[in-house]
Design a protein around this ligand. Sequence first.
Ligand SMILES: C=C(O[C@@H]1C=C(C(=O)O)C=C[C@H]1O)C(=O)O
Length: 360
Amino acid sequence: MKTLDDCREAIDEIDNEMLTLLNKRMKVVQRVGEIKKETGGAIYRPEREKAIIDRLVSLNEKEGGLLNYKAIEAIFLEIFAVARNLELPERIAYLGPEGSFTHQAAESRFGAMSDYLSLNSIASVFKTLESGRAKFAVVPIENSRDGIVGETLDLLAKSSMKIVAELYMPIHMSFATKAEKLEDITKIYSKDKGFGQCREFLNEHGLINVELIPVESTAKAAILAAREPNSAAICSHIAAKLYGLPTLFENIEDAIDNTTRFVILSDFKNAVSENDKTSILVRLKDAVEAGSLVRFLQDFEEEKINLSKIESRPSRDKGGFGYWFYIDFYGHIDEEKIQKVIQKHKDEVTWLGSYVKGEE
Ligand SMILES: C=C(O[C@@H]1C=C(C(=O)O)C=C[C@H]1O)C(=O)O
């Protein structure tokens, strides 16, 4: 049996080998960066990254490795993020402030080393991306409990930027305060959705009559609650930590499966992979006529294209009661059977992006 010292010596040797291999990998990545520069190719290729992770996961299974999917994904996403920074450092705009769930989501894809830009509204995130001041943007698009983030959809409808990746992140809310007793608390700050997701907790702790103050983000709530005695925040654990607010309760959300879907936006089109999803907005010309949506969807059925989501949105134009439909389906816009349907309805469809399906 090896002693602790033996084990540590063995670990040091393995780490040395890993460092050499990582540097070897980065050299190849640098060359990829040069090729992309010559050919004008996109640096971030989510479908290639997904393919690498899937290949490694199945190799790991065959070899009976100790790592699970989550571990392999976490390690390699960080490696990819460092690699992309070597190819070309690119700025990422996200819905801030620092410590927001969107920030957490952005870091999970772009790593700790990237150049981040925190913005205080979804509209400014879109503007920054469109002006070229950032190469990528990360915004929330839907929550499993509260539904769609309307602002993101409405901005996507008007923007030339596309969804290049999606990711699902479990949202855990913390109750953080500098107050010593719950009875001392007179105000609670959070994002409106934060209150919506923690109603049972507030009821059970007799906090329902306390003034609930919605602010633009849960991180902002943490900043305000850190400044004011007798106030509290419903926010992420990382925001509470970042702004020096002690966490009193963790995981206070009503639904344990509270998940937010985030999208990464940019200005390029992904290549086709085996596991794609596509998002579109559909404005049916004869939306008022009964059956027009059914007929539209039948075209998908005929081509055996499966939908994963359909949601109606008020069109907000010309003061009328027109509706748009936001639809997610499986497949890539460049696939033949999908082109068949899209071409048939090309005046009614806005393509929002095709991207590798995220792990829910
Ligand atoms: C190296 C590349 O660029 C990026 C980095 C990757 C990597 O580190 O393996 C993979 C895909 C891209 O996001 C590539 O496209 O192959």
